[in-house]
Design a binder for this molecule. Sequence first.
Ligand SMILES: Cc1cc2nc3c(=O)[nH]c(=O)nc-3n(C[C@H](O)[C@H](O)[C@H](O)COP(=O)(O)OP(=O)(O)OC[C@H]3O[C@@H](n4cnc5c(N)ncnc54)[C@H](O)[C@@H]3O)c2cc1C
Length: 465
Amino acid sequence: MTVIETDYLVVGAGATGMAFTDSLIAESDADVVMVDRRHRPGGHWNDAYPFVRLHQPSAFYGVNSCVLGTDAIDEVGPNAGFYHRATAAEICAYFSRVLEEHLLPSGRVCSFAMSDYAGDGAGGHRLVSRLTGDTTTVRVRRRLVDATYQETGIPSTHVPPFDIDPGARLIPVNGLVDLTEPASGYTIIGGGKTAMDACTWLLDSGVPADAIRWIRPRDAWLLDRAYSQPLDALPTLLEGVSLNLASAAEAHDVDDLFRRLEDCGQLLRLDPAVEPTMYRCATVSRPELESLRTIENVVRRGRVVCLGVDEIVMEEGSIPTDVNQVHVDCSASGLRIGPGRPIFEPDRITLQQVRTCQPTFNAALVAFVEATVADDAARNRLCPPNPYPTAATDWIRATATSQRAETMWMADPDVMAWLQRSRLNAARGIGDHLDDPRMQSALARFGTNAATSVPNLERLLAAPA
Ligand SMILES: Cc1cc2nc3c(=O)[nH]c(=O)nc-3n(C[C@H](O)[C@H](O)[C@H](O)COP(=O)(O)OP(=O)(O)OC[C@H]3O[C@@H](n4cnc5c(N)ncnc54)[C@H](O)[C@@H]3O)c2cc1C
């Protein structure tokens, strides 16, 4: 058995473990051991469906030290006019490059791939190779970093949460590209972003809308990609933030809040007649939304309970089906929903969201705070855990937590300086746009509503449902 020592043991070399490690070695002289059971970094992106792309621009995803792609605006295709969004293949190649050309050559990072973290024993933390069974014991001088707490649930590695009769034709969303023969129709199971991606891909690939049946137990509030554009388009992004805060500050009750957010374009819905009950930060462009709306065969009878050969049983009824119909499982949860726990604890850092739905930014911020702030009480004040949202009303809690944290950051000159140099900070570069009238009006609206938005959101949270 081999025994090694390190300052930090980072469990999980997904996007968050990578962003944390990259930021930590930039901000300190610490050394790091990383462990992941997969063969290379990038986490769930290694098993993602082939046509997936980032939902946001690459320009603020990944690690701080290396640009992902070229920060270019797409000129053609469905993303035309918006900053490029990397494919899963681009993301995986990027994280491999970051590891091989930046982290390992630093001489301060050591990586154990194809190895399970097997817990803490008497002599230290145990890593077990999946290939040889050999155990390496790691003695940690500073902290264990859990970059698995929000491990992503993905279609190809999840078990469908319903019964499946032998003979029923169900494929994971990854299997769509392997089809060799036309189907009589396609039944998409799931209401989240994966289901939207599957529908969009089928439509873009020439499948008529009336050949798609969409089992959508819940509808989601969606974000408009136009408001998540950084760099040259930053005034629009800030306009969006300020409109969110204005809605938060002025809303009389929860229904009024969502009405305002929709009226000002900050939240979109698929079906104008159906009130969404879910919010998971899924992002679409307006053309994608229009395209998805052409699918009229939407089944809202709750979750699937059993997929039979000739019938699909749901919580609130059943519909006929047949063996020539391809059923596509898009029911994996994606973002892991769990209770928040303190990010900084005596021997441990548990990576979680702080700014809502910005996993790599948050991981890099946590590393910066770990390296530069004196004690855990102060660190936890700057980085309160902000669990991923799932119900529509979680927008309120997630926005309030995010906004409270931003206020703390604004009062800290070191954090503010880091925010301005972090490529993962979508809002960096405000000073470059101060002559732009849209930025001026966004900042004015921000100033008017920043102080009153959080107390009003807290009032809405406390009000009886
Ligand atoms: C389709 C899709 C699109 C998305 N698009 C965006 C986007 O545009 N922008 C955005 O910010 N986020 C997006 N996300 C969210 C995404 O989950 C995060 O961006 C990020 O990739 C999550 O990284 P992670 O490190 O938390 O988790 P993971 O990628 O799940 O990585 C966790 C790693 O931990 C390893 N691990 C777990 N347990 C152990 C153990 N015991 N021993 C060893 N290794 C272990 C796993 O093998 C895995 O590699 C998207 C998610 C999905 C599913």
